[in-house]
Design a protein around this ligand. Structure first.
Ligand SMILES: Cc1ncc(COP(=O)(O)O)c(C=O)c1O
Length: 459
């Protein structure tokens, strides 16, 4: 097969999409307060808002929906899910939740005491929200190269062990309940952690009695990059690599809406039965009984099948990441500044470089996402100062180094021709970039503001 990738499936059912006019899109984005989260999907042509819950399920998964066991307690589909999770991720205890943030909520509540510090390899929006909601403080210990969109480091998701050690010395290991270790770091552009770094981080944490909790939402994509880039892994299957990733942790939160190929679902996985007992005690109050969490039986059946399917052979992940790299390489050829190396779940445009005439407090990435939509009907999203929110203590904006527009690719949904349309759209906006105006808030929600904020252009 060489280096050529092709989708390891053929298409059995299609969903029509509509191309709108520029006038319609101008009206739609104004109506949406220049926030692509507030657009109606009917007004979108190619939807690259997120890879979350937007995957196409296989015929086997759809068949599983019909076979889902909707028993309130002890559902057969729960036991299938438990078996799949144990077999693929290798954790013993399964706590099912409605999606990833449900698992983050439970984990934060059982482990964080007010005043604690939770280090992590870059923040994620909902993860940090739940850490702060439980009274904790997030501390970034990712390597410096993660903050530089042009740095060609193959493992920009790595933990900087010197930063971690300095934090332990500063606050004391007893005020660090766990390290939150994200695989294929979303906010850094879908950048992987190396196996050597996972192992070394786990060792250091163990020496200090600090747990390591993975955000294994995109661990499969991380496994693929380890196979491609790390010595000694080229001949291992992604299934084996994924198991090894998880072996350097005490548990994981997973949003199953990504790697796991379902439209809804998630789980908390743990090794320690006592921690699992505590999580299940909260589960019944916040999500549902311990044999369904927030999912229906059919959701769990489709999820169990998605987990098995994603690692059945390496062909799925090869094609998934291959498509993302196809888009990224075309954009690079067109001279568009993007985060490099190209990530696993999307291509991240460097809005700071592209719209260098806009200061960060005029939200260049938000403005760029809106402009790309108006130009083409392609919907991406902001990952910059708006997503970063405000410091809860000072009330000032967090100003992240990375001011990005994320073009996220749903799994098994779009074709190479769709990717070519996206390249053309971004190229057009890049040509006319000097005309793009900055934005200001007309409505700013208190938390997770990027979801529902509204803006207007600055005259
Ligand atoms: C890395 C990461 N963690 C957690 C979450 C939260 O998961 P969910 O959206 O299923 O609540 C997401 C979702 O976007 C994510 O990308």
């Amino acid at each position: 097969m060489g280096t050529v990738w092709a989708e390891p499936y053929k298409i059995k059912m299609v969903e029509p999409i509509r191309i709108t006019s520029v006038e319609e899109r101008h009206a739609a984005i104004r109506e949406a307060g220049y926030n692509t989260f507030l657009l109606r999907s009917d007004d979108v042509y190619i939807d690259l808002l997120t890879d979350s819950g937007t995957s196409a399920m296989s015929d086997r998964q759809w068949a599983g929906l019909m076979l889902g066991d909707e028993s309130y307690a002890g559902s057969r589909s729960y036991y299938h899910l438990e078996e799949a999770m144990r077999g693929v991720y290798g954790y013993e205890e399964l706590v099912p939740t409605h999606q990833g943030r449900g698992a983050e909520h439970l984990l934060s509540q059982i482990l964080i005491e007010p005043g604690d510090t939770v280090p992590g390899n870059m923040y994620f929006t909902t993860t940090r929200f739940h850490q702060e909601y439980a009274g904790g403080r997030f501390a970034d210990v990712i390597v410096d190269s993660a903050h530089d969109p042009a740095a060609l480091d193959p493992f920009k998701g790595n933990v900087d062990l010197t930063k971690l050690q300095a934090l332990i010395d500063e606050v004391g290991a007893d005020r660090i309940p766990y390290l939150s270790l994200e695989t294929n770091v979303n906010m850094a552009g879908g950048q992987p952690v190396s196996m050597a770094n996972l192992q070394a981080t786990y060792e250091l944490c163990r020496q200090h009695g600090i747990l390591v909790m993975l955000d294994a939402t995109r661990a499969l994509e991380n496994a693929w990059f380890i196979k491609q880039r790390e010595d000694g892994y080229a001949d291992r299957s992604v299934a084996e690599i994924l198991r090894e990733i998880c072996s350097y942790s005490d548990g994981a939160t997973v949003s199953s809406k990504k790697d796991n190929l379902v439209n809804i679902g998630g789980f908390l996985a743990l090794r320690d039965p006592e921690l699992a007992r505590q999580a299940r005690a909260l589960l019944v109050a916040f999500e549902g009984l311990h044999t369904y969490g927030g999912m229906s039986g059919r959701d769990m059946e489709a999820l169990a099948r998605g987990i098995e399917e994603m690692v059945e052979t390496d062909d799925h992940i090869r094609a998934r990441v291959g498509q993302v790299e196809y888009l990224g390489n075309k954009l690079l050829e067109a001279g568009i500044p993007i985060v490099q190396p190209i990530g696993g779940h999307g291509v991240f445009l460097d809005a700071r470089a592209m719209l260098s005439h806009l200061p960060q407090d005029q939200f260049p990435a938000q403005a760029l996402a809106a402009e790309i939509y108006v130009e083409s009907g392609v919907r991406g999203m902001e990952r910059g100062v708006v997503s970063a929110g405000r410091d809860p203590v000072t009330g000032d904006h967090h100003y992240p180094e990375l001011e990005l527009v994320r073009l996220t690719i749903p799994r098994r949904v779009y074709t190479q021709a769709h990717m070519d349309v996206v390249v053309e759209a971004v190229r057009q906006v890049h040509t006319n970039r000097d005309a793009v105006r900055g934005l200001r808030f007309t409505h700013e929600p208190e938390s997770l503001r990027f979801f529902q904020a509204r803006f207007e252009p600055i005259e």
